[in-house]
Design a binder for this molecule. Structure first.
Ligand code: SF4
Length: 295
């Protein structure tokens, strides 16, 4: 794929995304409701754009993660107690924002017996009660591959089950040391096999030192696992304490990756420098006529 060396941040990987003054209202709302967003905690480069459009991705179960992934800016620390009122506050905030598409994610909670799955389910149900017409996407950790945790989340009937594979198997030990490539694939395949014909989604980052062949193999594995929607974006180092960028993939390189994914049969592909799993999630879902008609 077309790429450039990591010495300099190329023009195409710079995002001028100032925070619209109206976006301040979102921050006030999140503080008022004591809610976290992955947008802020993970230092997403799209924050200015998404907040200015009145969208965000809620991050459940606190702002401290039990895992230490090499790419992620969310803090690793002893997690907070589960707040049973959080799902209702998420639903209220989503209603105040007038969201038609709600994305719920969470820190990995390996300290909890169900990995936080019941809390995900409670949040999906709370949003459904408050906003019956809204679509809900869950972006979950791997729950250590525990089938009962997956069943708890899918039992709440999210419109989209999303779990990011993030990288190629060779780099898992560095990028997601507490994860497992096969475990993530199996989780996605199990979600797809859910009796309700679950729409599934996954994403990966490029720029961590993977080869073209490895990316192609991951895409083929995701398609074999029945994934409907795939997202591919450039890894950007959130701080100097995180993994370095090994290469910057050019816009042409992303177009080539999109073509490869489409050739593998993915109904929906979203690829680009600033594509993140939840970026334009509503539009990405709407652009998938073969899956978005289901509810
Ligand atoms: S792309 Fe996702 S995580 Fe990033 S700011 Fe937008 S909604 Fe938040």
């Amino acid at each position: 794929m077309a790429s450039t060396s990591p010495q300099r941040l190329p023009e195409w990987a710079r995002k001028g995304s100032p925070l619209d003054p109206s976006a301040r209202a979102l921050r006030v709302l999140f503080r008022e409701k004591a809610l976290n967003t992955v947008c802020e905690e993970a230092r997403c480069p799209n924050l200015g754009e998404c907040f200015s459009r009145g969208t965000a991705t809620f991050m459940l179960l606190g702002d401290r993660c039990t895992r230490r992934c090499g790419y992620c800016a969310v803090a690793t620390a002893r997690p907070q107690p589960v707040d049973p009122e959080e799902p209702a506050r998420v639903a209220e905030a989503a209603a105040r924002l007038g969201l038609r598409y709600v994305v719920l994610t969470a820190v990995a909670r390996d300290d909890l017996a169900d990995g936080g799955a019941s809390h995900f389910a409670a949040a999906v149900r709370a949003v459904r009660r408050r906003l019956p017409a809204a679509r809900v996407e869950v972006l979950t950790p791997d729950f250590k591959g525990e089938p009962s945790a997956l069943a708890a989340v899918l039992g709440a009937a999210p419109d989209v089950f999303n779990h990011n594979i993030e990288t190629v198997p060779r780099l898992f030990a560095r990028v997601r040391p507490q994860g497992g490539y096969r475990r993530s694939l199996e989780l996605l395949a199990a979600a797809k096999g859910w009796p309700r014909s679950q729409v599934t989604k996954s994403g990966l980052m490029v720029g961590l030192g993977e080869t073209d062949g490895e990316v192609g193999a991951v895409l083929a594995d995701l398609r074999s696992a029945g994934v409907d929607i795939v997202t591919i974006g450039q890894y950007l180092r959130p701080t100097r304490a995180h993994l370095p960028v090994e290469q910057y993939v050019s816009p042409d390189g992303f177009r080539a990756l999109e073509g490869r994914a489409r050739a593998l049969g993915f109904p929906t592909v979203h690829a680009g420098v600033f594509v993140r799993s939840s970026y334009n999630a509503e539009e990405v879902f709407a652009a998938a006529p073969s899956v978005s008609g289901r509810h």
